[in-house]
Design a protein around this ligand. Sequence first.
Ligand SMILES: NC(=O)CC[C@H](N)C(=O)O
Length: 222
Amino acid sequence: MRAAVIVFPGSNCDRDMAVALKAAGADVSMVWHKDAALPEGIDLVAIPGGFSFGDYLRCGAIAAQSPICKAVVAHVERGGFALGVCNGFQVLTETGLLPGALMRNANLKFICKTVEMKVETADSAFTEGYTAGDVVTYPVAHHDGNYTADPDTLARLEGEARIAFRYINNPNGAVADIAGVLSENRRVLGLMPHPERAVDDGHGGTGGQALFRGLVGQFAEA
Ligand SMILES: NC(=O)CC[C@H](N)C(=O)O
C-alpha cells in the first residue's frame, strides 16, 4: 500500500502516523499542505493529529482550505481511502468528507488519557482486523472531541452501521458515545482516539496495531 501523510503547520502526530503505517508494511510519503497534488499511486491519505494552524477559527477549519485538501477530496471522490485521527478527523468534517462536527469537550477541558472503545463494526478496511464487539484501548488528547450531528444524520449513521467506534465511558460528551465514523462508501474513517499511539509496547498498549495491519494487509492480499 502507498500512503501519504499530510503535514500542516502544527501537526504533531504526523511522524507517529508514518511510523505506524510503515510498521504495518505501507510505503509512506510525507506531503506538505501547500502541495496541490498527491504523489502518484496513493491508496491511503492519512491526516494526522495535532494543532493545525494553532486551532484558530475552529479546529481543522483552516487546514481544510489548504491546497492539498482539494487533492484529498478528489482522491476520496475517486474511491481512495482516507484516515483522519483527532485533528485529522476535525479536518475531514471541515472538508465535508465526513458528516457532523467536533465541538468543545463537554467539560471545557483538554482531555489527555487512555480510553476504552467498543468496535461497532468490522465491516470496513479500517476495522476488519477486529471483531465487532471487541474492546480496544487507545489514548485521547484533545479539547474539541465532542462529536455532534443532526438527528437525521445520526439515524443514517446508525442505520448504515457507519459508527465505527463508541466510547465505553464517554470522556467528552460526544453524542451517542461516538468516537469514530465511516463515510458512506466505508473508505473514509475519522476518529478522535489515536491508534498510532498504541502500536508499540513502549506506548503502553498495542490496541491500534490491528487497525493498521488490517488496513495495509488488505492491499497486500489484493
Ligand atoms: N491531538 C489532536 O489532534 C488534538 C486536536 C485538536 N487540536 C484538539 O485539541 O481538539
